[in-house]
Design a protein around this ligand. Structure first.
Ligand code: SAM
Length: 236
């Protein structure tokens, strides 16, 4: 059996009782970074063999799949939050499904759901783009396509690139597009910075250093794509 086990995105008390049960009873824990996962296990006084799962290495995927095929109960974790959400895991899940190995995904922490709920935009549809591509042209194209759906658009970003990303969002969707920057969720310095893309960028830029992990939620309800001249007379 393959268990997908979410782990805290900051506050260790956010681990679920079921996640602890699975980590305690699994034969082996598959993880992104053994040192990081070891710290988590030590905190919860769990002692288990750890195997590094490297999604970019076919041999690593095959080794983990072999463990599952041999009947082992494997718990898959990532460094934080839910595996497979902008994190490794999906290849192993795919292979396990192909091999008829039962897969179960535990509910639990994810920066995506946490930030979206705290943003307070809507409880309906949204578009999650994860980490946008590094190339500004590709990122802008994805942003435009997503914004046209008029749902909240959610992106993950690091502290090193968040100002650049806000600049790109402003240039692409207009500097007045409303943005919520959810920072350091569940941690001591958790905050939601709200305003237009330009205002949020300004607020962050004023700080001596931009720190912490970010989720950006863009309010695209009122977004209208600039109409190209040759499209104005197109039949619908
Ligand atoms: N799998 C994780 C999840 O379920 O949320 C996401 C892992 S992804 C590699 C890491 C990104 O998630 C960070 O760059 C940031 O955008 C977001 N993130 C993770 N923890 C966060 C936190 N405590 N506060 C805000 N964003 C966070």
């Amino acid at each position: 059996m393959l268990y997908i086990v979410p782990t805290p995105i900051g506050n260790l008390r956010d681990i679920t009782l079921r996640a602890l049960d699975v980590l305690q009873t699994a034969d082996v824990i598959l993880c992104e970074d053994t040192r990081r996962t070891q710290q988590l296990l030590t905190h919860f006084q769990i002692s288990k063999p750890l195997v590094r799962y490297n999604e970019n290495d076919d041999r690593s995927v095959a080794r983990c799949l072999d463990a599952l095929k041999s009947g082992k109960n494997c718990a898959l974790v990532s460094d934080c939050g839910t595996p497979c959400i902008s994190d490794p895991g999906w290849k192993l899940v795919q292979e396990a499904v192909k091999a008829d190995i039962p897969v179960t995904s535990l509910p639990g922490p994810s920066a995506l759901a946490c930030a979206l709920a705290g943003a307070g935009l809507t409880g309906g549809a949204f578009t999650f783009l994860g980490f946008l591509p590094r190339k500004p042209g590709k990122a802008a194209k994805l942003l435009r396509q997503a914004a046209q759906l008029n749902h909240p658009v959610v992106v993950y970003e690091s502290p090193y690139r968040v100002l650049k990303m806000l600049e790109l969002i402003g240039k692409t969707l207009g500097a007045t597009i409303p943005v919520v920057a959810a920072r350091e969720l569940s941690k001591v310095y958790e905050e939601y910075v709200r305003g237009t893309a330009a205002e949020v960028a300004q607020q962050l830029a004023k700080r001596p250093k931009v720190q912490g992990e970010f989720v950006l939620i863009l309010d695209c309800f009122d977004y209208t794509a600039p109409q190209k001249e040759d499209e104005t007379n197109e039949d619908l």
